[in-house]
Write a protein that binds this ligand. Structure first.
Ligand SMILES: Cc1cc2nc3c(=O)[nH]c(=O)nc-3n(C[C@H](O)[C@H](O)[C@H](O)COP(=O)(O)OP(=O)(O)OC[C@H]3O[C@@H](n4cnc5c(N)ncnc54)[C@H](O)[C@@H]3O)c2cc1C
Length: 291
């Protein structure tokens, strides 16, 4: 199908982009890599009056550590996330997800900011960001504000950005030498969206107990889900204990809210969440030991 007609603007600065969004109200929409939005336009599931193309705004494409955070510019493309040595070494959970997103064509254009802002529960990065306890910097007419990942994904395709705000940077708490994570996803075929996905990030204490745990679930609810009961239960426990891993995995499965669709029944997906949670936890712990 052909999209309905719209105006197009390609601002060169962030403030120009924000002013354009503010001036056109709900009718204006940000476009970055277009990998999620263009299909929606073609199907006329979205019909904005104005597309504000932020892809030429400088200063929004970087991966760096600063202060207490790994800071990733919202326009950083998935291929750049995938190629980053810093991410591969210190945030393998982000690397895991980056290589599983679509195919190389999608990853060449799709941005991290777009993957998160789209609010699609089937996208992989939201669960990873929940597990990492990330926060997102939004820039709007009143300046910047930080939004925690756990407050960001409010409903399917709905996030807590207002219509005149742009996600500009992703802040991930700095990893310590005793922390690591893992993201696992079951897909029906290569480059597909997840049947279910699980992100687990742990920080281990010297005695082998989990000091901090983050768990995010993909494609098993109306939004990406933070499995807080599983997190709370594992905190202070040793993942070397088989029963502890089993209990953790079944709590994560219980917290999922899948529906039956072309990718499987709700019961099947819940079972997959349990299996992936146990495997991701084991892999995360292995990585801590390897580090
Ligand atoms: C064939 C195919 C396969 C795919 N497979 C996967 C997959 O396996 N896993 C996965 O996670 N994703 C997958 N996707 C989805 C896609 O990769 C991501 O959603 C993509 O990263 C979106 O980024 P973008 O820059 O292209 O966003 P766009 O399409 O430009 O925008 C998406 C939405 O986010 C908003 N937006 C974008 N950037 C910002 C910003 N900085 N601030 C505020 N709002 C913003 C837009 O207004 C729009 O609503 C696939 C897409 C395709 C076409």
């Amino acid at each position: 199908m052909i999209p309905s007609s719209f105006d197009y603007a390609s601002p060169k600065t962030l403030s120009e982009a924000v002013s354009l969004l503010a001036s056109r109200g709900e009718g204006a929409k940000v476009i970055a890599g277009g990998q999620s939005l263009i299909p929606l336009l073609k199907l006329r599931l979205a019909s904005p009056d104005l597309l504000v193309d932020i892809s030429r705004i400088p200063g929004l494409n970087h991966i760096e550590t600063s202060g207490e955070f790994l800071k990733i510019g919202a326009l950083t493309r998935m291929t750049e996330v995938e190629a980053s040595e810093l991410i591969r070494k210190w945030y393998p959970i982000v690397h895991d997800a980056s290589v599983l997103i679509g195919d190389p064509l999608v990853r060449n254009l799709g941005t991290l900011g777009g993957n998160i802002s789209h609010g699609d529960p089937n996208n992989d990065m939201p669960a990873v960001m929940l597990a990492l306890g990330a926060e997102f910097i939004a820039t709007g007419p009143a300046g910047e504000r930080a939004i925690r990942a756990r407050d960001f994904f409010t409903d399917t395709f709905t996030v807590s950005l207002s219509h005149d705000e742009i996600l500009t940077e992703i802040h991930v708490p700095m990893c310590t030498p005793r922390s690591a994570g893992c993201y696992l996803k079951l897909e029906q075929k290569v480059a597909d969206f997840a049947t279910a996905g699980v992100a687990v990030q742990v920080r281990m204490g010297r005695g082998g107990e989990c000091e901090e745990v983050g768990v995010g679930l993909t494609a098993v609810g109306p939004t990406a889900i933070e499995a807080r009961k599983a997190e709370d239960w594992l905190r202070g426990r040793k993942p070397s204990d088989k029963l502890a891993v089993q209990e953790f995995a079944s709590l994560a499965a219980e917290e999922s809210r899948p529906v039956t669709d072309i990718r499987g029944t709700a019961a099947y997906k819940r079972q997959v969440v349990g299996l992936l949670a146990a495997r991701a936890l084991r892999k995360a712990c292995e990585r801590v030991r390897g580090a």
